[in-house]
Design a binder for this molecule. Structure first.
Ligand code: NAD
Length: 472
């Protein structure tokens, strides 16, 4: 996969830096990290392990071969010869300026130098810099390896270059038109956070009740449509203008305490900490991270089916990854992927129905490669499976990498007979499948001969596969 960059440096490997390390590495990019914390390597390795078990679950194709991770002993060593730098040190302006200054001293002038800052503006970060346009904000969201959004703020050309790179890493870069404290998303989150603190301070709700109000309610809506699209629907047929008319006056009522900030007294902090312990203290942070990651993966995967929001982004990324998966050897390589956790069942291995799913997708890939693609189907022609025999040889587990080699055993007339072999990374046979498809006219719902272009492609491939034996 060509991401346009070969190497990145992460300065500061905490929560956010560790997440960037994982996103870059798992997308095949070499990463240098600099962090003076003696615990940095352990912490980054733990974040990386979480990412390794969840990020591949998002896609129907295998991720590129992991990049190489190097722990550098200085900023100078980390940033020499890299195309991208993410500064992820604590949110203190003078520290960020000092670090960015040192980064610029040692990196190439063509390197993109980004800051993960939640709140500072590029103009503040650039103070004292001789190449200010090189420094932009690239503000990600935790966990950086799963949440697609990255807000980009700064010089138009540099942010456009950054946008191209991040898109290839599966991110959703959002260019912020004008610099402003806390960009877009954190301004919204800050409003909700302040209200939450007031509700606890005034004894209206516990931390769990507030979290329930989000995760059982509007949080579900926001994962697939934002504020304005959701309210547009809430306006009913009369639409957005009606919604604003109906609820506009409420803005004048005391529904919000946004102008005031509750004093974060010791007792308020303790109340919040105690309630949070009671709510979530039974899980360690790493356990909570894994629960969060599994839930995020499940939600984003479900949005793939409707090709909406984050799901649409994943489908686009799948196409990019599949371009690599098609480097066919003698047989067609129709599947090259890892097994997501949601495919495993109570026995701890891949459910039998998923084997059928794998072979069904493998036959779709064959259809693609002979030109029986979305346009062909739109034109009223397709292939239907009429017979499928699966032999299960070995268990598959979450995270296993699998490939399917497919042979076209017969491509004459209306018939498309396929033989699939599913193997693991060690080359062991996990399952095999014989599948017969028949070409159909989708309007008449009856079998018919394929159109000429498809028939020619199919017979070309079938001839090549004649001399091969079964793939299993
Ligand atoms: P963190 O405290 O988890 O990590 C900061 C890391 O920087 C630590 O590992 C520390 O050892 C290291 N560090 C300190 N001084 C350094 C130096 N001089 N050189 C190199 N490394 C140094 O903090 P974080 O939550 O990862 O936040 C980092 C940045 O990301 C902040 O600007 C923050 O606003 C932003 N951010 C945080 C979140 C979040 O949810 N935590 C989300 C988006 C953006």
């Amino acid at each position: 996969m060509n991401t346009g960059i070969n190497a990145a440096a992460i300065i500061g490997g905490g929560v956010i830096g560790g997440g960037w390390v994982a996103r870059f590495l798992l997308m095949g990019i070499d990463v240098n990290v600099y962090d003076p914390d003696p615990q940095a390597e352990r912490k980054i390795t733990e974040v990386l392990n979480n990412a390794r078990r969840s990020l591949p679950d998002l896609y129907e194709h295998r991720l590129p071969v992991e990049g190489t991770l190097v722990f550098s002993d200085s900023i100078e060593a980390a940033v020499a010869n890299v195309d991208w730098v993410s500064e992820c040190v604590p949110e203190r302006l003078e520290l960020k300026q000092k670090v960015l200054n040192e980064v610029q001293l040692h990196c190439s002038s063509s390197t993109i130098v980004s800051s993960s800052t939640s709140g500072f503006k590029p103009s503040e970060l650039q103070q004292g810099s001789t190449r200010p346009e090189q420094i932009i904000v690239a503000h990600p969201f935790n966990p950086v390896y799963l949440i697609p959004l990255v807000e980009l703020v700064g010089d138009a050309e540099t942010t456009q270059n950054a946008k191209q790179i991040l898109s290839k890493l599966g991110c959703f870069p959002l260019v912020v038109r004008k610099e402003i404290d806390a960009h877009i998303a954190d301004r919204l989150l800050e409003a909700v956070w302040r209200e939450g603190l007031w509700l606890v301070k005034d004894g209206i709700a516990t931390t769990q009740e507030i979290d329930d109000a989000i995760s059982y309610g509007f949080g579900l809506r926001w994962a697939q449509m934002g504020l304005f699209e959701t309210y547009r629907i809430a306006g009913g047929e009369a639409g957005m203008a009606h919604f604003i008319k109906q609820f506009g006056p409420a803005l004048e009522w005391p529904w919000t305490k946004l102008m005031d900030v509750p004093e974060l007294s010791d007792s308020l902090v303790q109340t919040i900490a105690d309630q949070s312990d009671a709510h979530s203290g039974k899980h360690s942070i790493r356990e909570l991270e894994r629960i969060r990651d599994d839930n995020l993966v499940a939600m984003m995967r479900s949005l793939k089916a409707t090709n909406w929001g984050a799901g649409e982004l994943l489908n686009t990324m799948d196409k990019q990854l599949s371009a690599d998966a098609h480097e066919a050897g003698s047989y067609l390589t129709t599947i090259n992927r890892t097994i997501p956790s949601s495919w495993t069942d109570y026995n701890g291995h891949m459910n039998d129905s998923r084997y059928s799913e794998v072979f069904s997708v493998a036959s779709d890939e064959v259809m693609q490669s002979i030109g029986a693609n979305a346009d062909y189907i739109e034109g009223g022609m397709s292939y239907f499976t009429v017979d499928m025999h699966i032999t299960y040889n070995q268990e598959c587990h979450h995270g296993d990498a699998i490939t399917v080699a497919t042979r076209i055993a017969n491509g004459q007339g209306k018939k498309l007979k396929l033989e699939h072999a599913m193997r693991n990374e060690q080359g062991e046979l996990l399952a095999s499948c014989d599948q017969l498809l028949i070409h159909v006219d989708l309007e008449a719902r009856k079998s018919c001969l394929p159109l000429e272009a498809v028939a020619i492609e199919l017979s070309k491939l079938a001839d090549q596969h004649q001399s091969l034996g079964k793939p299993y």
